[in-house]
Design a protein around this ligand. Sequence first.
Ligand code: GTP
Ligand code: GTP
Ligand code: MG
Ligand code: MG
Lengths: 290, 278
Amino acid sequence: GLSEKLQTAVSKMSGQSSLTEENIKDALRDVRLALLEADVNFLLVKEVVEQIRQKAVGVALEKGVQPAQKLFSLVHEQLVELLGGEQPTPFQLSSGRQHKILMVGLQGSGKTTTAGKLARYFKDLKPTLVAADIYRPAAISQLATVAKQAGADFYQAGQKDPVEIAREGLAKAKESNSRLVILDTAGRLQIDEDLMNELIRVKAAFEPDHILMVLDSMTGQEAIKVAQAFDEKLNITGVILSKADGDARGGAALSVSKVTKKPILFLGIGEKLDGLELFSAQRVASRILG
Amino acid sequence: VFGQGAGHEEILEEIEAILIQADLGVKTTQRLLDQVRPLVETNQIRDSTALIEKLRELIQKQMSLHVSPLKLNEKPFSVVLIAGINGVGKTTTTAKIGNLLQATGKKCMFAACDTFRAGAVEQLGIWGERLNIPVITGSEGQDPASVAFEAMKKAQKEDIDVLLIDTAGRLHTQKNLMEELGKIQRVIQKNMPAAPHEIFLVLDSITGQNAVHQARMFHEMLKLTGLVMTKLDGTAKGGVVFGIQEELGLPIRFVGVGEKFTDLQPFDPQSYSQALFE
Ligand SMILES: Nc1nc2c(ncn2[C@@H]2O[C@H](COP(=O)(O)OP(=O)(O)OP(=O)(O)O)[C@@H](O)[C@H]2O)c(=O)[nH]1
Ligand SMILES: Nc1nc2c(ncn2[C@@H]2O[C@H](COP(=O)(O)OP(=O)(O)OP(=O)(O)O)[C@@H](O)[C@H]2O)c(=O)[nH]1
Ligand SMILES: [Mg+2]
Ligand SMILES: [Mg+2]
């Protein structure tokens, strides 16, 4: 990974008392390469490498600390900071009131499965899953099964307007005293005006407390544009990175954090409903660096 | 000439930015730029427009080398196996290919070998209804290889021309699931030695460099005969596929450009290479 690469790049730093413009030049090239190979957005990489360069130049090298180690830890720290910091407050939902979560994202990103994972995670709130994907074949049936597996209530109204489904789902949740309503929506391209407008209307009717964008961990350079569009249109409140159980480096995490400034709340780490873990900036930063 | 040196690097960097943002990846981009650097340095290419055209032509030429005919006229019937990681569009692509082949007069059949995911069998079943294509299903959680086996038997009986086998999404890092895929293939082969005649890896065009790992692992397990790129109606360029094709020599059979069963096109190196720079 990067730490080994840096060993070679900065071996000429040994014997020096501080990191300098000159002695970190090669190393920064390796950092840039590592970030690009990890799918971090190209323009963001430029920015991040520059931030690291500014932080690194002039840093004294303490006795016993290898220059490569020092630079690597600076890079790691910078990524952790960009990802929202080392100790983000874990996502919690108080039991004293009703919560509404709207799931959004591109086709196939993992919204329906993640909706089930959240329902299982917040089981104590007696969650209701509401099926507002009226397009995808068997989407309603998929969510119905997921709800059963999660031990959650389920509401569907066939192919009605998603705005109607949202309202009816809320009414059902109210009468069954469910304190968490999770609305699953159809996948859509961020450039699809009609479908993005549908989501804006659904948001207005549903009035969610949380709008969670689900994004595939292996998303490439386009992650930044996708996240920006969903955020601009909907003002998302958080992100869930799905399929983080693969071997994707996950640079999309950095792009999404930087462009939306919204927290990454969870990582999807499997197909089963227990495959959800709280986001850790440390772990994701390490993985991006490879 | 004064300032000429700076101009060369700037032109190359401008194009490097375009290619990396199209998901070609750093190494693939470097290789391409190395091919054209001499032309820039000797001023045979003087501006970014000319460089873009040169690269576009290079990419198109290279991708046109990996075109080969599909094996869809085999007797008694052709078998197409559809594989890929979760959510890329395998089931929808299976429906689209079925529609395409049916329109050319081929009698098609679907095998619903995703016996794991919620709603998977029903999803393919709906596509089958819409297209009037029979769907072979098993029981929930049934070994997908045995469903494939049953489908082979049924296809033989029903005088089918092409059997399309949809499989469950799986990560290339899930050893047991990759072996399950290998088993599906072996069971098909046992029944018909030349089958599956076509083995497609479906890739989501928005995927970054991880697509290279996906392709390598699926190719290692199955010996793929082609790639399908989906969701090219989005803003992603699918640049990662260029490097995959360079490395594995696999043809790109189709591209998915939407969610309807008609949203499938043959791969066109010209429009692909052009779109990379748009
Ligand atoms: N390995 C793994 N697979 C996942 C994860 N999350 C979802 N999946 C799988 O990804 C595929 C797509 O998940 P869905 O929940 O159907 O995705 P979606 O966003 O609802 O899809 P659309 O409704 O079509 O937009 C399914 O095969 C899921 O089982 C995850 O964290 N890890
Ligand atoms: N915009 C667009 N969406 C697509 C395309 N192909 C598939 N989709 C959508 O992507 C989502 C996932 O498609 P599926 O066919 O269920 O994907 P899959 O690979 O079978 O998923 P799993 O079986 O869960 O692994 C659905 O919402 C499809 O409508 C495409 O070319 N363009
Ligand atoms: Mg869904
Ligand atoms: Mg499928």
